[in-house]
Ligand binder design. Structure first.
Ligand code: GDP
Ligand code: MG
Length: 440
C-alpha cells in the first residue's frame, strides 16, 4: 500500500529533525505513482502533490510519527480536502414535490441508483415516486417499475411512446394529486455523449427545474468518467454525483478526479447491485481507501477508546524486550474483545494483507478466546508471569477452575509462544495506526 511504500522511503531519514525537500520529493514520487495507479487524473495529481509539498516542507518531524507517517497524514488530510471535506447531502428546498433527476451514460447505474435513492429517501420519511423516463432502451421502463415494486415504492406509468419531458411533467401532476413529495427521474443514457439526448435532458431540466441533477458515474471507468462528467456539467450544471460500483477493488481515483475537475460534490456511492447498497459519500473514507490505509478512522476511533497511551507504551517496551507474559496476553485479549473480533480488527488495520498471510497457518483463536481467557483467569498471577512453574498438579487445578481439560491447558501453554508472536505483530501494526491518528 501507499502507506507502506512511504514508510520505507522515509525510514532512511528517520531521526532527522525536519522533513527536507529531497526526502519529501522522494516520498511524493510514491504518492504520485499511487494516485496515478488509482486512476486519478494526471493534472489533479500534479496539483495535489504540489500542495502536499508546500504543506510538508519544513514541518518538524513529530516524535510520535515517522516521517513517512507524517507525509501520509498530510496526504490524507489533503485528499479529504480534495474530495470535498465533508459529505454534502441532497439540497431539497423550495416547493414540493422535489425533483431529483439522474443523468449519465448507459450502464452507469442510473436506473438502479434511482431505486436505491427512493429506498434511502423513504427511510428519511419522504414519499417518493419513481419516474421512468428512459424511452429508448428496450424494457428500461419495466426495469425501473419492477425495482420499484420490489421495494414497494410507487412508479409512474410511463410509456415508451411519450416524450421524456412530458413524462416528467405528468408525473409531477400525479405526485401533487397523490401526495408524493419527491420525484426521482430516471433518464436515458447513451454509450457516448450525444447531442439529441443532451438536448432532451436540457429540455427536461428547463421544464421542471429539478432541485438535484445527479450525474451517475461508474467508478470502474476511471478517466472516461471524468471527461463525461465535465461535459454533462457544462450542459446541465449538475448538482452532484453518484459514483456506482465502488465496492470491491474500485479505488476511488475517479471520485477524486470528478470532484476536482467539476467542483461538484459526490453525494452517494453505490456499493453493490442490491437496492440497499447505497451509501452516503464520506470523503475521509475514500481518502483512506486511496491510500490503502483500511478504514483507518474507524480503527483509530476504536483504538483510542480502548487503548490507554501509557499502557500501550509499556506494552511496546515489553514486546521489544520479550517480557510479554500471560498476564499481558490476557490484557490484550480483553482489548481485542473490545475492538470486536480479530478478523474485524485485521480488516481495519492498514497493510494487514501481509500479516494475514503470515497468520494463515496460525490458528486464530477467535472462537477459543473465551476458553483461553477462562484458563488464564484460573491461573495465579505468579503462574501468568512465569508459565514455566505450571506443573502437572497446577495444570489440573487450572483445568478444573476454568471448566476445561488438562489437554486444553497444555495446548494453551504450547501455543502461547506462537500467539505471542502474533500479538507482537498485531500490536506493532496497531501502534502505527494509533500514532498516525494522533492530533498534533
Ligand atoms: P443505467 O443504464 O445507467 O440505468 O444502469 P443500470 O442501473 O441498468 O445498471 C447497469 C448495471 O450496473 C446493472 O447490472 C446494475 O445491477 C449494475 N450496478 C448499478 N449500480 C451498481 C453498483 O453500485 N455496484 C455494482 N456491482 N453494480 C451496479
Ligand atoms: Mg437505465
Amino acid at each position: 500500500s501507499l502507506s507502506e511504500r512511504l514508510d520505507s522511503v522515509f525510514k532512511k531519514i528517520k531521526g532527522r529533525g525536519r522533513l527536507d525537500e529531497a526526502s519529501i520529493e522522494e516520498g511524493l514520487r510514491e504518492v504520485r505513482l499511487a494516485l496515478l495507479e488509482a486512476d486519478v487524473n494526471y493534472k489533479v495529481v500534479k496539483d495535489f502533490t504540489r500542495k502536499v509539498k508546500e504543506k510538508a516542507l519544513g514541518k518538524e518531524v513529530l516524535k510520535s510519527l515517522t516521517p513517512g507517517q507524517q507525509v501520509v497524514k498530510i496526504v490524507h488530510e489533503e485528499l479529504i480536502e480534495l474530495l470535498g471535506g465533508k459529505n454534502v447531502g441532497l439540497e431539497l428546498k423550495g416547493k414540493k414535490p422535489y425533483i431529483i433527476m439522474l443523468v449519465g451514460l448507459q450502464g452507469s447505474g442510473k436506473t438502479t441508483s434511482a431505486a436505491k435513492l427512493a429506498l434511502f429517501l423513504r427511510r428519511k420519511k419522504f414519499s417518493p415516486l419513481l419516474v421512468p423516463a428512459d424511452v429508448y432502451r428496450p424494457a428500461a421502463i419495466e426495469q425501473l417499475q419492477k425495482l420499484a415494486s420490489e421495494i414497494n415504492i410507487p412508479s409512474f406509468g410511463s410509456s415508451s411512446n411519450m416524450k421524456p419531458v412530458d413524462i416528467a411533467l405528468q408525473a409531477r401532476e400525479e405526485a401533487i394529486e397523490k401526495g408524493y413529495d419527491i420525484l426521482i427521474l430516471d433518464t436515458a443514457g447513451r454509450l457516448h455523449i450525444d447531442e439529441v439526448l443532451m438536448n432532451e435532458l436540457v429540455e427536461i431540466k428547463q421544464a421542471c427545474s429539478p432541485q438535484e441533477i445527479l450525474f451517475v458515474a461508474d467508478a470502474m471507468t476511471g478517466q472516461d468518467a471524468v471527461n463525461v462528467a465535465s461535459r454533462f456539467d457544462e450542459l446541465l450544471d449538475i448538482t452532484g454525483v453518484i459514483l456506482t460500483k465502488m465496492e470491491g477493488d474500485a479505488r476511488g481515483g475517479a471520485a477524486l478526479s470528478i470532484k476536482s475537475v467539476t467542483g461538484k460534490p459526490i453525494k452517494f456511492i453505490g456499493v453493490g447491485e442490491k437496492l440497499k447498497d447505497l451509501e452516503v459519500f464520506h470523503p475521509d473514507r475514500i481518502a483512506s481507501r486511496i491510500l490503502g490505509m483500511g478504514d483507518i478512522l474507524t480503527l483509530i476511533e476504536k483504538a483510542q477508546s480502548s487503548i490507554d497511551e501509557k499502557e500501550a507504551l509499556k506494552l511496546e517496551e515489553k514486546l521489544k524486550t520479550a517480557k510479554f507474559d500471560l498476564e499481558d496476553f490476557r490484557t490484550q485479549m480483553k482489548r481485542i474483545k473490545k475492538l470486536g473480533s480479530i478478523e474485524g480488527l485485521l480488516k481495519l488495520i492498514p497493510g494487514m494483507g501481509k500479516l494475514r498471510d503470515q497468520l494463515k497457518n496460525v490458528k486464530i483463536p477467535e472462537k477459543e478466546m473465551a476458553k483461553l481467557e477462562a484458563i488464564i483467569n484460573s491461573m495465579t498471577k505468579e503462574e501468568r508471569k512465569n508459565p514455566k512453574i505450571i506443573n502437572a498438579s497446577r495444570k489440573e487445578r487450572i483445568a478444573k477452575g476454568s471448566g476445561t481439560t488438562v489437554q486444553d491447558v497444555n495446548n494453551l501453554l504450547k501455543n502461547f509462544e506462537q500467539m505471542r508472536k502474533m500479538m507482537q505483530q498485531m500490536m506493532g501494526q496497531m501502534g502505527g495506526g494509533r500514532r498516525l491518528g494522533m492530533k498534533n
